[in-house]
Design a protein around this ligand. Structure first.
Ligand SMILES: [Zn+2]
Length: 242
């Protein structure tokens, strides 16, 4: 709980307003002694509630006034949080199982859905010049929409597998199990069924950092910046069914 709370009230360094300065000192105050902080929380529930509300108000204000900074800080906090949680897989498992139902409920709210979409749009806009990212989105869309893309094209080392629901696999690239799961995964193509090593990659690890078009099937590598129409043409000319 304390790490969640720190995440929640972990507001950034700023000297522009006393509001921010005070939040920042609270952030440090609750970092150094977890046991003492947990006791304080139990002993002073009202003060604890005020502290939480204070953090929420700060985050809401920041989101309204400076969405870019809000996204940066959120991403940084997530990175730090995941880094720490990776060191304790059991705690992470427990945390995810507790959190998923809350997140699903939170997502049902139309206001929250709008926030998710706005954040996604900002994320995309910031990457409009990133060719790998654009390729990543295209390939993902094709894999989601067309079963023939997943099943009939000559994939080289890994093949896309789409599930109806999110499935947890250990990604050999991240060396980490994505708890909560993903619907789309890349499964290693084995030379024989008996040799199945159950090796998986997440989408991010599958697409190379450079030469990303190498992620396309054999004979399609030059089509990294094209549309599905070009893929269909190539598929038909190479006789890969469909
Ligand atoms: Zn991965």
């Amino acid at each position: 709980m304390s790490s969640t709370l720190r995440w929640f009230v972990g507001v950034p360094k700023t000297n522009s307003a006393s509001l921010f300065a005070r939040s920042f000192s609270l952030y440090h105050a609750c970092q150094y002694d977890k046991g003492r902080y947990a006791k304080w929380r139990l002993k002073h529930p009202e003060a604890y509630r005020r502290k939480l509300d204070y953090g929420i108000a700060y985050r809401n204000t920041l989101r309204e006034e400076n969405p870019e900074l809000y996204d940066q800080q959120t991403a940084a906090r997530y990175r730090a949080y995941y880094k720490k949680m990776r060191q304790d897989p059991d705690a992470w498992r427990k945390r995810i199982d507790q959190t998923i139902p809350h997140i699903e409920r939170w997502r049902q709210d139309p206001d929250n859905r709008a926030r998710i979409h706005a954040a996604r749009d900002r994320f995309r806009e910031a990457r409009m010049e990133d060719e790998r990212y654009k390729f990543y989105v295209r390939l993902k869309n094709w894999c989601y929409k067309y079963s023939w893309v997943r099943e009939q094209l000559p994939w080289k080392s890994y093949q896309p597998v789409l599930y109806d629901n999110k499935v947890e696999h250990h990604c050999d690239g991240c060396n980490w199990t994505r708890l909560g799961g993903k619907k789309l995964w890349w499964k290693k193509i084995e030379t024989s069924p008996a040799a199945d090593s159950c090796s998986w990659l997440c989408f991010h690890c599958y697409v190379p950092k450079t030469n990303w078009a190498e992620a396309l099937p054999q004979g399609y590598e030059d089509l990294g910046t094209t549309t599905i129409k070009e893929i269909i043409k190539r598929r038909d000319s190479l006789g890969h069914g469909g």
